[in-house]
Design a protein around this ligand. Structure first.
Ligand code: C5P
Length: 300
């Protein structure tokens, strides 16, 4: 008994990487229609939840001081949205967020934290929610939250909520790099010059890293030129990754985190080590894409 009441549920909130992102239209409510090929990294934040006499929330980790700890935090917004939908099941909880992902950086940190909070509290509170119910709650918190609830390779359409999971996908050794600039996603979308670009090409069978990179060369991140117009320094991150043995380099989401894909984990590791040496102030991490959300926990 003590065990189940005392248990801590701890989940990784993985980095979300837009391998390709095409902006294909604009909805009447101002949200953009997208086509995006998305993977999740083995690296991310960590959300831990536990029953407690009263609610509390705190943060730690390298980027833990960069976020507000108040009700505007996506972790607390996720808790409150879940509680509002399932009021009978909820008890007070202590929530801890270990923040390893740079804030406002195009790899979905806040959305992934919200998704991990929904999953962790659902488990803690014994809520038997259908995945579609959680996705619906998630979408009220952010357009990327439904995809972050999946945590596996996927193709997203609509504003990001229309999700097709990919049954197979090569494991990609990667480096993520960010030069420390925070970027406002709404400002990037507002700075777009075109909103009626072609859809992503249909996905062929992708069975190797080479196949993925060949597909990506025929695609784009349509937010890149708008981001570089606002923050020219992003080009420096792309340039630095191109100096390594990368097979493919691109910015994720609205930036400024950029990713590089390598043929092997050791090449990714070597590139990350060299980049950390030359740019000690940057966020640089060697990681890989994951196939299953299950790879990410829970650890109890
Ligand atoms: O949904 P989320 O809060 O993450 O989005 C942040 C902002 O990014 C939105 O307020 C909107 O300005 C912009 N956005 C968009 N189209 C999308 C997703 C986000 O215009 N598909």
């Amino acid at each position: 008994m003590l065990d189940s009441l005392d248990r801590t549920i701890s989940l990784i909130a993985p980095a979300k990487i837009n391998l390709a992102l095409h902006v294909t239209g604009l909805r009447d409510d101002g949200y953009h229609l997208l086509d995006s090929l998305v993977v999740f990294a083995a690296f991310g934040d960590r959300v831990s939840v536990k029953r407690a006499p009263v609610d509390s929330f705190d943060m730690s980790g390298p980027f833990g001081r960069k976020l507000p700890g108040d009700e505007s935090n996506l972790v607390l917004r996720a808790r409150d949205a879940l509680r509002a939908r399932f009021p009978k099941h909820t008890t007070p909880a202590v929530i801890h967020l270990e923040k390893h992902l740079p804030v406002a950086s195009g790899i979905g940190g806040g959305s992934s934290d919200a998704a991990a909070t929904l999953r962790a509290l659902t488990a803690l509170w014994g809520i038997e929610a259908e995945p579609a119910q959680l996705a619906k709650i998630g979408l009220t918190l952010g357009a990327d939250v439904p995809m972050c609830l999946q945590g596996q390779p996927l193709f997203a359409r609509g504003i990001g909520e229309d999700i097709e999971r990919l049954a197979t996908f090569p494991r990609l050794p990667m480096v993520l790099a960010n030069n420390g600039v925070s970027i406002s996603t709404p400002q990037v979308f507002a700075a777009l010059e075109r909103r009626d670009n072609p859809a992503l090409p249909a996905l062929p069978a992708l069975s190797s890293i080479k196949d993925v990179c060949a597909y990506l060369t025929a695609t784009d991140n349509h937010l890149f030129s708008a981001t570089t117009k606002l923050i020219p320094a992003i080009s420096e991150t792309v340039g630095a990754l191109h100096q390594t043995a990368a097979r493919f380099v691109r910015m994720s989401g609205s930036g400024g985190t950029c990713f590089a894909i390598y043929d092997s984990d050791s090449e990714a590791q070597t590139a990350a080590t060299a980049l950390k040496q030359s740019k000690p102030d940057w966020f640089v991490v060697a990681t890989n894409s994951v196939m299953e959300g299950a790879d990410l926990g829970p650890h109890r």
